[in-house]
Design a protein. Structure first.
Length: 255
């Protein structure tokens, strides 16, 4: 159930087990992928994960166990992305503002009895802040809520090592879920101008605070290695992992 499409009575009458809150970013993704890539990917994984979870819940219902729905919240489209500030169109907020907004938005849900939340993240710059938000949300004595943060590209098995930025994984998932938004005529140039890895590393420390220090066109990794078939496989892996996580979150007592 998409919250933005539902009425309040739909939500009142639903048996919601858990809410998925997609969290993305509005930032450069090279010359070939849209600024909203991270948000689009987070929404795609959240919706696919909801379908997978609800299918498993229906199987449980057939065996006499309870079956519940997933409420997919509207996405949070601006995140911690100042590292891409050199590239036009990128938007960002401070980590403090991001943490406060995401936490307060999520705290609306326990008020309506939806006390299990999974933040479905599509942007690496959000990872640390979302982990803290989940901990603080779960420790809040004002409600019985419990939350965790899930980053889709960390849950795709052996593919995870190819993440990069606007590289094979993100391009593949876009080709599978939003192909009209990939500028196919620019993919070859995006690949030719891409960096091999994220950052400039010495003694385990990244010397580059901003992405333009190591990639001229904003791309890390080879987007030509991300076709739609690979994108479908990524979506299956990420949605299965998300559904498995959600089931564990629903069963777990709040802390």
């Amino acid at each position: 159930m998409r919250l933005a499409d539902a009425t309040w009575t739909d939500v009142r009458d639903a048996d919601v087990d858990v809410a998925f809150v997609p969290v993305g970013s509005t930032e450069q993704h090279g010359p070939h992928a849209p600024l909203g890539t991270d948000t689009l990917d987070a929404v795609a994984v959240a919706e696919a994960g909801a379908t997978t979870y609800e299918g498993a819940a229906a199987d449980r219902d057939a065996s006499g166990e309870s079956a519940g729905e997933v409420a997919v919240a509207p996405p949070i489209p601006v995140g911690v992305a100042e590292e891409h500030r050199a590239f036009d169109g990128t938007m960002w907020v401070s980590p403090d503002a991001f943490r406060a907004y995401v936490r307060e938005a999520a705290e609306s849900l326990p008020h309506h009895g939806v006390d299990r939340v999974v933040f479905v993240n599509g942007h690496g710059g959000n990872v640390e802040a979302l982990a803290e938000v989940a901990r603080l949300f779960s420790r809040d004595d004002a409600h019985d809520g419990y939350a965790v943060a899930f980053t889709w590209f960390e849950a795709v098995g052996e593919h995870a090592g190819d993440m990069g930025h606007a590289g094979p994984l993100e391009t593949a998932l876009l080709r599978a879920t939003a192909p009209d938004l990939v500028r196919e005529d620019r993919v070859a140039a995006a690949s030719e101008g891409a960096a091999d890895r994220w950052g400039e590393w010495v003694s385990g420390v990244n010397l580059a605070h901003d992405s333009d220090a190591f990639t001229e066109n904003g791309v890390v990794g080879d987007p030509t290695a991300g076709d739609a078939e690979r994108g479908e496989a990524l979506l299956d892996l990420a949605s299965d992992a998300l559904a498995e996580l959600a089931a564990a979150v629903v069963e777990r007592e709040s802390i």
